[in-house]
Every structure is written in structure tokens, then in C-alpha cells.
Ligand binder design. Structure first.
Ligand SMILES: Cc1cc2nc3c(=O)[nH]c(=O)nc-3n(C[C@H](O)[C@H](O)[C@H](O)COP(=O)(O)O)c2cc1C
Length: 593
């Protein structure tokens, strides 16, 4: 099936959707109010990110969860306060093969770069920034986000070589993120009611001035060195280098994956490891780039880790190689951290080390290991795989609650004080620090969280064929969609028997990129992205995609939307009209389109 480009919704449509959903069903982008993070005034979860304060230490990692404005807002509502934005690069017209996300057990993907153009990415980040600034202050949300939702950080991510990063396109991206005043001015007039009072808001114009460099597999060390210097020297940025798990070396990774964790179905190749940064060179690089940062008065850190390149022997996604994330990556990344701390004592900003280089961490973090991970002193802890599982962004609040409870039960009131106690506990148990203790625990008493046996349960299946109307109404397609393309609408009472079930599901076709995640999680037999009604707002896109199955264009009129069907689907128009027109109907307002 031809892939129409992912088409962002306008700021007006998104804010209108927020207002409509909140008013009609007490949700925002389908996130229920119980999954909106309300900070606990007794427990301070804030931390220092390259000299900036962030109110919680968690957030979405660069990936599908930070590509579109609505996703970033969802992550903020869930309590994220650091956002590693989707990697932007000069080649911004890529064709990504589909499906590109496979979260059946651990995590695999072939989605190796942003799908939007650089100009669209800028707008998505500016729109997300403006929406968060508005929602922070929006009276109806006060009881859900608190009077002070706390500081947050947008962290840019760019890749993948010096030539691309020095190009006019990427330079403009970085400069706009550092001073977005023009884009903000241009977007102000799009702010609809009931947010009119914010049209004159003094939005901070510096959206980001830190950057995490995504080093793709095979990026030579000299190139990494030159890119970081360029970003610091030319742009005045504080920089984190995202390292690859290949740093641990082929034999170590193979032994961990196969012998320790039992992933006998995962194949890695020696070439991929030989082409990547080697451990000893990484030590030199960390020291040299740290010194360079110091000489400029800038800050420098590392991130562990990017995904692991593996052979695609599953055949579910079309490209080879593919990239592994999730549980096993946690063991590899934590082991690398342990070795780096041993090799570079006093370098990292971790309890007991007292260095200055922060360690950002993303590798198989989920509710069950968040506190143990954070206790290592790493921060932020960002996630991708976990947010692509059942409940999606709704998984964040339970994580933060558990972390808060753990700190509270220790008798401490801040992350920093609690971490010092964890250090003392690790030392009392005979470890150098909590990092060493954590590495021991994840291959011993906690191995079930990380090994193949503990991660082989597949999503539930039921014996029925997915239909356009009616289904088991599990809501999974809504929560696992990284782009929030699905919405759930109540069945009109008079049609409930005829079309089956209390709930109906429709897809905003322009937000769906056939990533495959709803196909993985839907318990019925069928691909929700293809089978459920696909709604188009843009006429030109609809005409081009009309042959794509059950497409319907929503034509905005004074009385709401009127659907026009693609050829062959005309008979469904009355049902669709009834479904989208109820009180809790389609959450886009015709007046905003
Ligand atoms: C579907 C998908 C897309 C990703 N895209 C990017 C990207 O654009 N840039 C990047 O630096 N990392 C990307 N990553 C890697 C994540 O940012 C993260 O480092 C990695 O997945 C490990 O974290 P996790 O185990 O929580 O997923 C992607 C990961 C996934 C699963």
C-alpha cells in the first residue's frame, strides 16, 4: 500500500481537539484524567539536566513518541519533564519501509529517522511547546496538573554526520529551536477558543539549547568528535553523545544476549561491532570532549544507549538489519555504564563519583525497574519501547507514583537525598556503588525482568476477524498508536445492535503511518489501521489516497462534518455520520479545520 506522508494537524485543530475532548469526555488526546500527573508537593523529583532544572527525571526518548506535537503533549500530561525530540537530519524525504515497529515481545524497529520534513519537525516542536505552556495555565486542568507543574526541558536530537549537521537545513533547525520567536508569532493567531486568553501569552522563545547527538551505527570516532565540537563551537550548545551498545564489544554482547539472557533467536554480526566506536577510543573521546566543553564553559554528557543492530530473522518487518530495544538492552547499557565508571573514576555525575559528566539513560526502562535505574544516578531516564506497549502514555503516571512512593518510604523527600542512601546501601552490601549493585542484580535475582523467558509473552489473541464496525473494544489500538491516530467513539444507541459493541474506532488517516503497532496489539485478526474507517481532513490527500480502502473525507460545514466516501464505501456514510456526530463524536471541531 502506498504510504501518504504523515500530515501534522494544525495548532488550531489540536487545541480544538483538546477543548472538545475535555469538555465531552474529560480526556485529552484520549488520555484519561486519572493518567495525568499531579506532582506530590512533599517529594521533590526534580534533577539537574545540563544546568537546567526538570521537575521529573523521566520522559520519552527520541523516537515515534516525540515526533508529533500531540505525542509530546501526551508525554507531558503523563509527567514527563525531559523530552528527547525525534532525531532530525538533513535527509528529510525518506521512505521508511512498513511495518517499522515490532513490539510483540521486546522491541525491534526499522524506523531509523524522522518522517517529517525538517520544517514540519520545527513546527511540531513549536506547537507542542506552545500547547504545554497553555495547558500549564489552563484553568480546567489546574486540579489535574497542579498550580505549578514544574520546569521542563526540550532536548534536540540531530544526526547523523557532520556534513548534514552543518547543512543550512539543520543549522536553521537548531537556530530556530534556540530562538523560535518568529514561528511562535506566526502560530499565535491559530489559537482558538476557549484558549483565546493565551493568544498574547509571553511564550518563552528559547525552546531548546541542549542537544543529544544520535550517532548512527558506523559513525567514525573522529566524526563524533568533530560534530560535538561543531555543536558547541558554532551553536553554543550543551551536548550529550548517545552511544551505541556495540561499545561493549561483540563477544561480551553475544555472551550476555545468548548465555546469560537466553535470546538464542537474536543474531548480531561482528562487522557491525567492528565498524562502531570501540571502548578504549570512547574513553579518550569522553575525556577530550569533556575538556573541550570545560574550556568553553559548556556542559557535556553521555547517553546510554541507542538501539542494538541485529539481523532481521523474524521477517515481520521488511528491512535488514533491524534495531533491538527494551529489556535486553537494559542489561547491555547498564554493563557499559559499570565499565565506564570503572575505567574513568571521578568522571561522571553519579552518586559516589562526584564528576561533572551527566549520564542520560534509555534502555528497557519500565515501571518495574525505574527506581533501581534512577538510583544509579542517571538522568534523565527516557523511554521508547515501554511507551509503545499497552496503555502507552498512560504508563507514565504509575511509574512516577511508584518512584515517589519508594522515595517517601525511605523517609527522604528528594531524589538527590534518596540516591545517597541507595549508594550507602550498595556499599554496605559490598558493591562499589549502586551501578555495580544494579548490574549484579539484573543478571541474578532480577533476571526474569530481562531474559527471554520473562519477555516472551505475546499480546493476547482472540478468534474473530476484525470488522470495520464493532470489535472487542479493548482500546489497544488507541493507546499503542504512537501518533494518537485512533479515536474511540461511543456507538449511537439506535445503532448499537446493528453495528455491534458500545465503542467504535476510527483512524485519522493523516496521522497514521502504518507503523504496525496496532496490528501487533489488536487481539482480533486484522490490521486496525487498514480495516477501521480512515478519516481524511485534507481534500488533496484524500483524492490521492481514495483507493486505499475505507476512506472518508470529513467536509467541514456549519453543522459539523459531513463524510464523503471513497468509491465503493458510500453505503457506510449514514452509519459513519451517526457515529461521528454524537455528543462524544469525532473530537475535531469543524470550525477549526
Ligand atoms: C521505533 C523507534 C524509533 C527510534 N527512533 C530513534 C531516533 O530517531 N533517534 C534516536 O536517537 N533513537 C531512536 N530510537 C532509540 C530510542 O531513542 C532509545 O534510545 C532506544 O529505543 C532504547 O530505549 P528503550 O529500550 O526504552 O526503547 C528509536 C527507537 C524505537 C523503538
Amino acid at each position: 500500500m502506498d504510504q501518504p506522508p504523515l500530515t501534522p494537524m494544525s495548532l488550531r485543530a489540536l487545541l480544538g481537539r483538546i477543548a472538545h475532548e475535555w469538555e465531552s469526555r474529560g480526556r485529552i488526546f484520549d488520555l484519561m484524567s486519572a493518567r495525568i500527573w499531579m506532582p506530590d508537593p512533599e517529594i521533590d523529583l526534580s534533577f539537574d539536566f545540563l544546568g537546567r532544572r526538570a521537575a521529573t527525571p523521566i520522559g520519552p526518548a527520541a523516537g515515534p513518541n516525540t515526533q508529533m506535537a500531540q505525542n509530546i503533549v501526551l508525554a507531558w500530561l503523563g509527567g514527563s519533564r525531559v523530552f528527547e525530540l525525534k532525531t532530525v537530519q538533513v535527509m528529510d524525504d525518506l521512505d521508511i519501509a512498513r511495518p517499522c515497529i515490532d513490539m510483540q515481545t521486546i522491541g525491534y524497529n526499522i524506523e531509523w529517522s524522522q518522517e517529517l520534513t525538517v520544517a514540519e519537525s520545527i513546527d511540531e516542536y513549536v506547537k507542542a511547546w506552545m500547547m504545554i505552556e497553555i495547558l500549564k495555565r489552563w484553568e480546567p486542568l489546574r486540579d489535574f496538573v497542579g498550580v505549578d507543574s514544574g520546569p521542563l526541558v526540550f532536548d534536540m536530537s540531530v544526526g547523523y554526520d557532520l556534513e548534514g549537521i552543518s547543512s543550512d537545513k539543520v543549522r536553521t533547525f537548531i537556530e530556530t529551536m534556540m530562538d523560535a520567536s518568529e514561528r511562535i508569532e506566526a502560530l499565535r493567531s491559530e489559537i482558538p477558543e476557549p484558549f483565546g486568553e493565551f493568544r498574547d501569552l509571553d511564550f518563552p522563545t528559547r525552546i531548546a539549547d541542549t542537544l543529544t547527538l544520535s550517532t548512527f551505527h558506523g559513525c567514525p570516532p573522529d566524526e563524533i568528535d568533530a560534530i560535538v565540537r561543531h555543536l558547541m563551537d558554532e551553536h553554543g550548545l550543551d551536548v550529550i553523545v548517545k552511544l551505541n551498545p556495540t561499545l561493549l564489544g561483540f563477544d561480551n554482547v553475544e555472551s550476555l544476549l545468548h548465555d546469560t539472557l537466553g535470546y538464542d533467536d537474536v543474531t548480531i554480526t561482528r562487522d557491525a561491532f567492528d565498524a562502531d566506536l570501540q571502548f578504549d577510543r570512547a574513553l579518550g573521546l569522553i575525556e577530550e570532549l569533556g575538556e573541550h566543553a570545560d574550556s568553553l564553559g559548556r556542559k557535556f554528557g553521555i547517553k546510554l544507549s541507542n538501539t542494538l543492530v541485529v539481523k532481521n530473522e523474524r521477517g515481520w518487518m521488511p528491512d535488514d538489519p533491524m534495531y533491538l530495544s527494551g529489556a535486553p538492552l537494559h542489561v547491555i547499557a547498564s554493563t557499559i555504564l559499570d565499565r565506564l565508571v570503572t575505567a574513568l573514576p571521578g568522571t561522571f555525575d553519579l552518586p559516589g563519583e562526584d564528576g561533572t559528566r551527566i549520564v542520560s539513560f534509555s534502555a528497557g526502562v519500565r515501571k518495574e525497574n525505574l527506581a533501581d535505574t534512577i538510583a544509579m544516578g542517571v538522568g534523565p531516564v527516557t523511554m521508547c519501547t515501554d511507551l509503545l506497549k499497552q496503555n502507552g502514555y498512560g504508563r507514565l503516571v504509575p511509574m512516577l507514583k511508584e518512584l515517589t512512593a519508594e522515595i517517601a518510604s525511605s523517609g527522604h523527600r528528594s531524589l538527590a537525598a534518596w540516591r545517597m542512601e541507595k549508594l550507602a546501601q550498595a556499599r554496605a552490601a559490598g558493591y562499589r556503588d549502586w551501578v555495580a549493585g544494579h548490574v549484579a542484580s539484573i543478571v541474578n535475582e532480577n533476571i526474569g525482568l530481562y531474559n527471554k523467558e520473562g519477555n516472551s509473552k505475546k499480546p493476547r489473541e482472540v478468534d474473530s476477524k476484525l470488522q470495520m464496525w464493532g470489535c472487542v473494544a479493548c482500546n489497544l489500538c488507541v493507546t499503542v498508536c504512537p501518533n494518537d491516530a485512533f479515536v474511540k467513539l461511543p456507538s449511537p444507541e439506535h445503532l448499537a445492535d446493528e453495528i455491534g459493541g458500545r465503542w467504535q474506532y476510527v483512524v485519522f488517516a493523516e496521522l497514521c503511518n502504518y507503523c504496525g503497532n496496532c496490528l501487533t496489539f489488536c487481539p482480533e485478526d486484522g490490521y486496525p489501521a487498514e480495516i477501521k474507517p480512515r478519516l481524511w481532513l485534507d481534500e488533496s490527500r484524500f483524492v490521492g489516497a481514495a483507493g486505499e480502502g475505507q476512506g472518508f473525507r470529513l467536509v467541514a460545514t456549519d453543522d459539523g462534518f459531513v463524510p464523503i466516501a471513497a468509491e465503493g464505501w458510500e453505503s457506510e456514510v449514514p452509519t459513519l455520520t451517526a457515529v461521528i456526530s454524537g455528543d462524544q463524536g469525532v473530537p475535531i471541531r469543524a470550525t477549526d479545520v
